[in-house]
Design a protein around this ligand. Structure first.
Ligand code: HC3
Length: 381
C-alpha cells in the first residue's frame, strides 16, 4: 500500500484528485454523480454488483439442503459471509484500488446466470434492473428455482465524509426465501453493512466494513454480524464476529463465529472452520455484447468502458455525455407526454411485508426502515 499522500495518483491527476477530496468534505448524498479523475474510474456499472451475491453458487444452493432451522440459519450465514470478499475487496484485487463505478441509467438491465454444474441441483439466474436514477437504486433477483432458493433485494447508498474517510450507509435490504420439502417457505431478512472508504489521502481507496448487520429468519434464528477493522477483535483488517442466536423458547447457547470475511472464520464453540473463501470464485455468465438488448449494461456502456480500459478518456467522456443527454431528453419527453418510465421486472411498493414482520423480531437493535421497496414480478418476468 502507498504511504505518501497522493502516492498512487498519476502526476497529471494529482490536482484533480485534491479537488475531488476537497469537494468531499461536508458532502452528503449521492456520490455517484460527482466527477472524479480518470485514474479512479471503473469500466463497470453498478448494475453488475448484485452478481457478487452468488459468486459461490454452491453455497447458495446448499441452503436448501439444511435439515433443520438451525442448519439452514448457519448455511445462510455461511453463504452471506462468503459473498463479502467479492462485494468489498474484489476491485482492489482486479484494479489495484476501489474505483468509481459507472452510474446506471434508469431502466438499465443486467442479466446473467451460473450454470448447473455437477451436484448443485439447478441453474442460478440473475436479473438486475436500475429502478431509480435519482436517487440511484438497483433491484435484483437471484434464483435457483430447482432448489427453491430465491434472493430479492434492492440497494441505494447515502454517503458522508468523516475523519478523512467516506462513510457509506447502505439503504435497502434483501429477502431470501427457501422452499422447504413440506411446501412451507422460510424467509430471511438481510440487512446490509455500513462501509468506510479509507486510503483516500493516498489515492488508493479501499473498503472496511463497520457496525452491525443482521439476518433474521422467520424461524426465529438471528445472526448478528459485527464488523471491525485493524486493532479491534483480532487486530486484523476485515474482521467480523457473528452471533447466531436461537429463538428464546429453545433455551440454547448461541453459535459464535469469528474470523476475517475475506479469508476464513471458525465456529468458536466447536473449533471447526466455518467459511473459507480462499478457493476461486465462479464468475457470472453473461451473453456476448452483440446479443444484448440496448438497455443491457455491457452493451449500453461498451464505448465508455472500452475508453476507460484503454485510457482513451476523451472518447469515454463523450459517450458518457451522449448517454446522459439521451436520458435527460427521455425524461423531458415523458414529462411533456405525462407518462412515466415503466419498470420491466420490478414494481415499487410502499412497505415490504417481510421487512415489517421480521424487522420486528430483533427489536433490541431494529434496522431503520429504508423507504424504498421493490418487489420482483416473478421468475418469468
Ligand atoms: C460506495 C460505492 C458504490 C456502492 C457500492 C456497493 C455498496 C453497491 C452494492 C454492493 O452490493 C456492494 C457495494 C460495494 C462497493 C460500493 C462502492 C464503493 C465506491 C462507490 C462510490 C460511489 C464511489 C466512491 C468514489 C471513490 C473514488 C472513493 O472510489
Amino acid at each position: 500500500m502507498s504511504e505518501q499522500p497522493g502516492e498512487a495518483v498519476p502526476a497529471a491527476q494529482k490536482g484533480s484528485w485534491a479537488s475531488f477530496l476537497k469537494s468531499l468534505a461536508g458532502f452528503t448524498g449521492d456520490l455517484s454523480s460527482m466527477t472524479a479523475p480518470p485514474f479512479i474510474l471503473s469500466p463497470t456499472s453498478l448494475t453488475e454488483f448484485p452478481a457478487y451475491w452468488c459468486e459461490r453458487p454452491e453455497l447458495f444452493a446448499k441452503i436448501a439442503d439444511g435439515k433443520s432451522e438451525e442448519e439452514r440459519a448457519l448455511a445462510v450465514l455461511k453463504w452471506f459471509i462468503s459473498t463479502l470478499k467479492g462485494q468489498y475487496t474484489s476491485r482492489n484485487e482486479s484494479m489495484g484500488s476501489e474505483k468509481k463505478p459507472l452510474n446506471p441509467v434508469l431502466g438499465e438491465l443486467f442479466y446473467g446466470y451460473w450454470p448447473d454444474t455437477a451436484g448443485r441441483g439447478g441453474k442460478t439466474t440473475l436479473v438486475v434492473e436500475q429502478v431509480s436514477h435519482h436517487p440511484p437504486i438497483t433491484a435484483y433477483r437471484i434464483a435457483n428455482e430447482a432448489k427453491g432458493v430465491v434472493l430479492t433485494g434492492h440497494n441505494a447508498q447515502k454517503t458522508s465524509f468523516s475523519g478523512g474517510s467516506i462513510i457509506v450507509k447502505q439503504v435497502g435490504h434483501a429477502v431470501l426465501t427457501v422452499r422447504l420439502p413440506s411446501g412451507d417457505v422460510e424467509e430471511y431478512l438481510i440487512t446490509l453493512p455500513r462501509l468506510r472508504i479509507d486510503g483516500l489521502w493516498y489515492g488508493s481507496p479501499y473498503i472496511e466494513l463497520t457496525d452491525t448487520s443482521y439476518i433474521q429468519s422467520s424461524s426465529g434464528w438471528l445472526s448478528q454480524i459485527e464488523y471491525k477493522g485493524k486493532g479491534y477483535f483480532s487486530g486484523k483488517s476485515h474482521s467480523f464476529k457473528a452471533t447466531v442466536t436461537p429463538p428464546p423458547h429453545l433455551h440454547r447457547q448461541p453459535h459464535v463465529i469469528e474470523g476475517t470475511w475475506h479469508t476464513t472464520s471458525r465456529d468458536t464453540r466447536i473449533g471447526a472452520v466455518f467459511h473459507d473463501v480462499t478457493a476461486p470464485k465462479e464468475e457470472v455468465t453473461v451473453a456476448p455484447i452483440t446479443e444484448q438488448g440496448e438497455w443491457e449494461s455491457r452493451r449500453l456502456w461498451s464505448v465508455v468502458a472500452k475508453g476507460i480500459r484503454e485510457g482513451d478518456f476523451e472518447t469515454a467522456a463523450k459517450d458518457k455525455s451522449r448517454i446522459e443527454n439521451e436520458q435527460r431528453q427521455r425524461r423531458r419527453d415523458e414529462g411533456a407526454a405525462g407518462t412515466k418510465w415503466e419498470l420491466k421486472h420490478f414494481r415499487h411498493i410502499e412497505n415490504c411485508p417481510v421487512y415489517e414482520r421480521l424487522g420486528r423480531l430483533f427489536s433490541a437493535n431494529p434496522p431503520t426502515e429504508d423507504g424504498y421497496v421493490y418487489l420482483n414480478n416473478g421468475p418469468h418476468a
